[in-house]
Design a protein around this ligand. Structure first.
Ligand SMILES: [Fe+2]
Ligand SMILES: [Fe+2]
Length: 132
């Protein structure tokens, strides 16, 4: 079940929050895919967007000296691998679009809450506050 963007998903870092909003919007488009080809197109757009978002976030973690960056990077890679796996499954005809959207969506929401907000955001926010 997809959820709407809400305050509990905010990191307090405006660029990251904008990107997370966009990611959630891309999931909405994905869940409304008309057929398998449409779905693959949407997943590919999502993968591209997620990769750029992850690089942006990782750069901020690096410059702010976030200690747990390697584990966070691993989590980002895991998401990209999951997306790739689902596209492969689709090619092999063993694929359930709604189950996939739910799985990936839950993954990203859990990641935002457990990793971005709870772990990385406080370190990045304090770095940004020293830059102004
Ligand atoms: Fe993120
Ligand atoms: Fe992240």
């Amino acid at each position: 079940m997809l959820i709407q963007w809400n305050k509990s998903l905010e990191t307090g870092i405006s660029e990251i929050d904008e990107q997370h909003k966009q990611l959630i919007l891309l999931f909405e488009f994905m869940s409304k895919s008309s057929d398998a080809d449409d779905f693959v197109d949407h997943v590919n757009v999502l993968i591209d967007y997620a990769k750029n978002h992850f690089s942006f976030e990782e750069h901020l973690m690096e410059v702010s000296g976030f200690q747990d960056i390697e584990n966070h990077k691993k989590a980002h890679l895991e998401f990209i691998h999951k997306c790739d796996e689902y596209i492969d499954d689709l090619d092999e005809g063993t694929f359930n679009p709604s189950k996939t959207s739910d799985f990936l969506f839950n993954w990203i929401v859990n990641h935002i809450v457990a990793h971005d907000i709870k772990k990385a955001a406080p370190v990045i926010r304090s770095y940004i506050s020293t830059q102004n």
